[in-house]
Each structure stands twice: as structure tokens, then as C-alpha cells.
Design a protein around this ligand. Structure first.
Ligand code: 2M8
Length: 431
């Protein structure tokens, strides 16, 4: 497929999944608005229609909770093709939403859209409103997910990570009791082969956590301490810090100097705290099980994402690049979600091996920031090779490029547009 054909196909998918003021990740499997999908999708939409991109973010933020949380799903319409739907979450919101959150890529996306926009009054005022909402969300994170002020926030549910069935959660999830959970019926396996989805062992625990939080009426003042699952993930925290730094720069640009200073100081503390997650053994970052106080010995792509917050020349940059090069050598179609040498690696099971274009994009962003443009360009090339082999799919087998999960996938299409139309980096020469 040549570049114009790829672009045309990606644009077709964005239109196909556009519900007017928000996009669905793909029809059937995911019929609602997802938090980080929408934000990353806005990057692609911006190239087609900047106004539509701002609207995508505004729709998501219109459903922010009074305490500041931005939920991971907004159930705009009724659709019984997805489990768990609003009847299970019971969050009592005007428009039903889930009761947990997702990786905060909003800040980084906001800054990018602002940089690419003409700075007329309308853009300034839309951006100012979104900045305020994003800051309220970040404040929520540090207040509700880091109550002891360690500088790092905890995830209370694997769905919050966005990397749902990553091996990183195995141990903490196994400790979650499923006693007394209500009978339920999964819907995801009606759309995608079960071998590419989480297991029922995992789903039972996803549901058990949800039911436990529901019993606490989704009160975020209680959830953190009560949760049997509390994992500090380096990937999630790196995204939060990277977005926080972006919001600080944006606040500066919008003449909000004291806000900029507050955000910069908090980000600096978090970057320092990230050092505690480094594993010399594995040559990458690893999680921390806050319940047990033990490190999570699991070498997933989450532990490479801190490249998003490392300055050029930082001692860990080369280690992370070595890991990336090693993984790409073993599996040439994108960056594996799990170390391919780990016995738990499974090339087709969702977040336990397959490669994802949005993860490649995040890594590329970090690599460029810390002076590793060549490796970033290689990631762009392998990403486009996945498109060539499997079209705009949800994820890919990292060894063959086989399309996996849902098809005609929105954020994958958005990444294709982002890769092929960014003006500041050359598009991959060979596809
Ligand atoms: C996947 O997660 C949802 C739950 O949120 C699911 O499997 O039902 C993940 O890949 C997540 O990162 C993504 O945001 C969502 C929609 O694409 O699907």
C-alpha cells in the first residue's frame, strides 16, 4: 500500500467510527467512548478537521466527575453488545460512565493540538477550558491515588492501565477474591476469538474489583485504601508525568505562570520518585505492588515507557534502547507488549505480547525527546509495516504482523495519519 492509499484508508476508518461529537474505538466490540482512545484519536482528527479534534476532547471532558476523575468509558448510547455496561457500573452519573479512569494522555495531546493551531481567540479559550479540566484530573490523581504523597500514583484496576491483561498484573490480580460475584456473561468473545482476549480467570477478578468499588458507591476518598489491587505502574506514571510537563508548558504559553510552576514542581518530584522503580537486573523499570510493598518482577513494555520522562543523556536511556532493539530483533512487527523471552509471552493474547501502534507512538515520542530519533524512526517504519500486513487493526502479532483483535480500529488509524502527516519528522521511506 502506498502512502496516499494508507492515508485514505485511515481517514475512512475515522469517519466510519465517528458518532458526531465522539468516536467509538470500533463498532461492535467497543460501542462507546473510551478515554485514552478519544484523546489519541484527536491527534489524527486534527489533520482532517481541527475543530472536530477539539470537540472530541470536549465531549470526553463534559463527563468529568465532580471530584475531577475523567472516567474510562462514557456510555453515550445503550448497547448490549458490551459487558460490563452501565447497569453493572451503576455510577449514578447524568450520562452513565464507568467508575474508573485510564492513562492520562490528555495533557500531551492538548499541548500538541495547541502548538499546531493558529492561536486565535477561539482556540485560546477552548484550550484554556480544557487545560483547567486536565489540571483538575491530575490533581485528582495525586489526591486520590497517591494519598501518602510518594510522587507515584497507583492503579486500582487493570482496566485503568489500558494494558488490561498485561503479565504485570498477574500476581496482584491473583490475590483478589472472587467470592460472591454475580453471574455474568462476557460479550467480547462474541466479537473476537477468545485466544486473543483475557481469560475468564482474569475477567472474574475484573468483575470482583468493580463490585467491591460499587459497594463503596464509587467514593474516591475510600477506594484507594480499600482496594485489594494497588499497583504502581511505571508506564502509567510516565504518561501522567509527561502530560503534566506538557500542561506546565501549556500553562506558561497561556500566561498562567503560577500554575505552570506548581505543575513543574510536582512533575519534578514524580520524575525523582520514578527512580525507585528501576530494576538493575532487568535493565528496565518495573511496577510496585503497593499492597505487599514488593516490586513486580515482570518485564513488560510498561517498564520501557519511562523513556517519556528521561532527559537526553540520562543513564537509563541506553538501557531502554538496548531492550527495545533486542525485542525488535526477536519480533520485527512493532514493540512487543511483553518481553518476548519471558515464558508468559503470548504473541496473540492482547496485552501479553502483541504490538500496538499507540504504544509505538508513545515510545517514539519519548525517544525523540531524549535524542534517539533514529530508533524512533525505526518504530515508525515497523508500525507502518503492520498496517501494510494487517490493515488498521486493534493489535498485531509482533512476529508476523498478523492482524488481531478488532478491525477498522480508530486509534490505530489515527496513528497512521499522525505518522504520515507530521511535518517535523520525515515519513518512513520504505513501507
Ligand atoms: C481495551 O479495554 C477494554 C476495557 O477498557 C476492554 O477490553 O473491554 C484496552 O485495550 C484499552 O486500553 C482500550 O482503551 C479499550 C478500547 O480500545 O479496549
Amino acid at each position: 500500500m502506498n502512502t496516499p492509499d494508507m492515508l485514505r484508508e485511515a481517514e475512512r476508518i475515522l469517519r466510519l467510527n465517528d458518532k458526531g461529537t465522539y468516536t467509538v474505538p470500533t463498532h461492535g466490540l467497543y460501542p462507546f467512548q473510551w478515554n485514552w482512545d478519544s484523546c489519541l484519536t484527536a491527534l489524527g482528527q486534527f489533520h482532517l478537521n481541527p475543530d472536530r479534534a477539539w470537540t472530541e476532547l470536549e465531549t470526553l471532558l463534559a463527563h468529568q466527575w465532580p471530584d475531577g476523575m475523567v472516567p474510562h468509558i462514557v456510555f453515550h448510547e445503550r448497547d448490549d453488545g458490551y459487558f460490563p455496561g452501565p447497569d453493572v457500573w451503576q455510577t449514578q452519573r447524568p450520562t452513565p460512565t464507568s467508575g474508573i479512569t485510564q492513562p492520562p494522555v490528555l495533557g500531551m495531546v492538548l499541548e500538541t493540538l495547541y502548538q499546531r493551531s493558529g492561536k486565535d481567540a477561539s482556540v485560546q479559550s477552548r484550550c484554556r477550558a480544557l487545560l483547567a479540566a486536565a489540571v483538575r484530573w491530575h490533581d485528582w490523581f495525586y489526591r486520590c491515588r497517591d494519598p501518602l504523597g510518594t510522587g507515584l500514583v497507583a492503579l486500582l484496576h487493570p482496566w485503568e492501565s489500558g494494558r488490561d491483561n498485561s503479565c504485570d498484573w498477574d500476581e496482584a490480580l491473583a490475590a483478589v477474591s472472587t467470592q460472591g460475584i454475580a453471574p455474568y456473561q462476557r460479550r467480547d468473545t462474541n466479537h473476537v476469538d477468545a485466544s486473543q482476549r483475557p481469560t475468564s480467570f482474569e475477567y472474574d477478578r475484573y468483575v470482583a474489583l468493580l463490585e467491591g468499588f460499587r459497594r463503596l458507591k464509587w467514593d474516591n476518598r475510600l477506594l484507594h485504601d480499600a482496594s485489594p489491587f494497588q499497583v504502581v505502574d511505571p508506564g502509567f506514571n510516565a504518561i501522567l508525568i509527561h502530560s503534566e510537563q506538557a500542561l506546565a508548558r501549556l500553562a506558561e504559553a497561556l500566561s498562567e505562570a503560577s500554575l505552570a510552576q506548581r505543575l513543574r514542581a510536582r512533575a519534578a518530584q514524580a520524575v525523582q520518585a520514578m527512580d525507585s522503580l528501576w530494576s538493575d537486573d532487568l535493565g528496565q523499570y518495573v511496577g510496585l505492588n503497593r499492597r505487599t510493598g514488593q516490586p513486580v518482577r515482570s518485564a513488560s513494555v510498561g517498564g520501557l515507557l519511562p523513556v517519556l520522562v528521561l532527559p537526553t543523556g540520562h543513564v537509563h536511556v541506553q538501557h531502554l534502547c538496548d531492550r527495545l532493539n533486542d525485542w525488535l530483533h526477536q519480533a520485527p512487527y512493532g514493540v512487543c507488549s511483553m518481553d518476548p523471552a519471558d515464558p508468559r509471552f503470548d504473541g496473540q493474547r492482547y496485552w501479553r505480547g502483541p504490538s500496538w501502534l499507540i504504544v509505538n507512538f508513545l515510545l517514539m515520542t519519548g525517544l525523540r525527546q531524549c535524542g534517539q530519533a533514529l530508533l524512533a524512526q525505526r518504530l515508525q517504519q515497523v508500525s507502518l509495516q503492520c498496517i501494510e500486513t494487517g490493515g488498521c487493526s486493534e493489535y498485531y502479532h509482533p512476529m508476523t504482523g498478523q492482524a488481531l483483535g478488532g478491525g477498522t480500529f480508530t486509534w490505530t488509524a489515527a496513528m497512521v495519519i499522525e505518522f504520515l502527516t507530521r511535518s517535523d519528522v520525515p515519513a518512513a521511506q520504505t513501507v
